[in-house]
Design a protein around this ligand. Structure first.
Ligand code: ADE
Length: 241
């Protein structure tokens, strides 16, 4: 889930000074009616656009899930032309694959677990498995775990989802990553996925309860991790990551 409580924990887009110039040449607002919010500024030589999907206009809750994530990613790429997307958020983790509460993962791969189309080739399209932009030096330098991320539009996990998540070999499960990756790939924009574990999917506690219990402390860990990633990126070329 992309959590909106603190500045670093929503979707986050970085672009260079050159892109800041490009941004000035295009309309610099999201379309009227969209709940998406952009905060931006310069930090250690980077131009940073922090994009938050915002609240559902009718229900007033955070706009979680793949539809909102894909739309805001598309609009942000068009508007901001980022050099790199950092999709930061919370995730459920599988203890059987080494995840614990508060761990922060960098996703090596993403895929969907709730798009079942049992027709040849459409099956692979539905799963939408892809590798993320490789950042071996970030992995080496920062103390982040690495694992595969599986995305679906539910916080809980149905038996169907569980089978698909196992088949995706996922260590963490979220509600946005594979959708962001799909759009980023369409427009050849490198994207990385930083996910902090709020709940253990294969544990004893009910997911929603455990998620809410750990949300504040875990998003603080996420803040720190994203800040470390941004600090590492500062002064480097994309090929040095
Ligand atoms: N975000 C945090 N926990 C999650 C879970 N269990 N499933 C999907 N997204 C999440």
């Amino acid at each position: 889930m992309n959590y909106a409580g603190t500045s670093w924990s929503s979707d986050f887009f970085g672009c260079s000074q050159a892109n800041a110039f490009l941004c000035r040449c295009t309309p610099n607002r999201f379309p009227k009616g969209a709940p998406w919010t952009r905060y931006h500024g310069d930090y250690k030589g980077l131009h940073i656009d922090l994009v938050w999907p915002g609240k559902d206009p009718v229900l007033g809750v955070d706009s979680v899930g793949t539809v909102s994530a894909a739309l805001v990613t598309y609009a942000s790429i068009q508007l901001l032309k980022p050099d790199l997307i950092i999709n930061a958020g919370t995730a459920g983790g599988f203890k059987a694959r080494g995840a614990g509460i508060g761990d922060v993962f960098l996703a090596s791969d993403v895929a969907f677990h709730d798009r079942r189309i049992p027709i040849p080739v459409f099956d692979s399209y539905g799963i939408g498995a892809r590798k993320t932009f490789e950042t071996p030096n970030i992995v080496k330098e920062l103390n982040l775990k690495v694992g595969k991320l599986s995305t679906g539009d539910s916080l809980d996990m149905s038996p169907h989802d569980e089978t698909a998540i196992l088949s995706n070999e996922a260590t963490v499960k979220d509600m946005e990553g594979a959708a962001v990756a799909y759009v980023a790939d369409l427009f050849s924009t490198p994207a990385i996925f930083v996910k902090a574990v709020t709940d253990i999917v294969d544990g004893e506690k009910p997911t929603a309860e455990e998620f809410l219990q750990n949300l504040i402390s875990v998003t603080m860990a996420l803040d720190q991790a994203v800040l470390q990633v941004v600090d590492f990126i500062s002064g480097k070329c994309i090929s040095d990551l």
